[in-house]
Design a protein around this ligand. Sequence first.
Ligand code: NDP
Length: 466
Amino acid sequence: MSNAEIGLIGLGTMGAALALNIADNGFDIAVWNRTTATTHQFHKDAGDLAARITPTDDLEGLVAAIKEPRAIILMVPAGQAVDDQIKALRPLLGEDDMIIDAGNANFHDTNRRAQDAGDLPFLGIGVSGGEEGARFGPSVMGGGKRAHWDRVAHIMTAISAKHNDEPCATWMGEEGAGHFVKAVHNGIEYADMQMIAEIYGIMRDGLLMDTAAISDTFATWDKGPLRSYLIEISGKVAGATDPKTGKPMLDVIVDAAGQKGTGRWTVIEAQHLAAPIPAIEAAVVARNLSSQRDARAAGEALFGPAPHRFAHDMMPLATLEEALIAGKILCYAQGFGMIEKASKEFGWALPLPAIAEVWREGCIIRSEMLDDMATALREDPDRNLMTAPYFADILKKTHGALRQVVAHAALHGLPLPALSSGLAYFDAMRTARGTANMIQGQRDFFGAHGFERVDGGSGHHGPWGS
Ligand code: NDP
């Protein structure tokens, strides 16, 4: 029976949640999983939604269960598994049937797959929000031919998160545009998380606050300008107790952060684009560094622990909050700056305001501030977000706090890689005459690279030999 509106391959964490979300929104869906037992268990556990779900045991059965022209979502690990599934599926599909890779693909792979597909319908879709988002409303960033997106847009918008009734699902552009935007989202997520962790470090080691007080502080900040999913969960994480030992949960978690690589892809791509995203780079570096536990312990044994403790009156909590506000704006300014650069470089016309809108709900970086960012980008998508009047006003009020926090942390040996690089970015971006004249002089000295003069003309050389 070819009744299903759409098909889905890969009933892991994300695929299972997405399939239930699709069924929950009234669409019949056919599913297939490499391990057949998982398919049947999933169907058995689907409760009332089982009636809308057709479990299938092989790809032929899956294809046969879907209405023509078909659309099949892949929710398998990024990389070879996606290529293998496309290779296995294509011979079974008609020329109007569409494959949708909804995993976390590297956008270069999506570009290649879109080119390989030629006229055969193919979309690369970034889905954010983890398991909960996939089940109850993710943020969806679509990429591929607009006509192909339009064919499934009704399903994508129905299953997506909603912000004031507006769906958080948008077509971003051709080929890998959706996966590119998702990668930058993840890069911003790394920096946002890292900045929060750095402020947690000041509260813990600089101000000697206990986890309950830290939890309360995040909960309070979640009612103000920092209101966001990440601040909310940071408060909950800080407030949790380990059932095994009765200690604060944070105290029993090893300080080595994992990563699946999407932050790294963003940083590598930013280097290719010459797009400055230092806070995001610092956050990726911080994760790499966090995993070097033995080396860090050896360093502490050699140099001794830094004198972390601040005098209490040196750092009011309101100053930490303002520093985090400034850091967050600078981190997003960098992320949107990278998107704008990529948009021009790849000829994508990426819709910056719509990107901010699509991130307002359903994804990990959802926050109150994104609403104002969408407004600022709608006014002028080409300008650096830090110079948009609304955010410039906030930065004028808060960059002093960021400076104070970074300076005190440096004096007390507390590493703040993301916040301090955010501050350096701010200072660089408000310095009309920087120091690269020295770099140009050096380059001309050893390599005769030539330089521009302030009084006009290029290709000049200095009197180095005389
Ligand atoms: P899981 O590991 O939970 O599930 C993977 C699924 O893919 C399983 O159904 C597995 O089948 C199937 N699979 C694995 N290898 C192959 C293969 N070679 N051929 C066919 N099927 C295969 O992963 P997730 O659901 O977490 O992730 C899926 C995708 O979604 C990834 O690209 C991930 O990066 C992305 N993503 C994940 C998020 C998350 O929070 N987890 C958030 C956003 C995106 P089997 O049961 O047989 O092992």
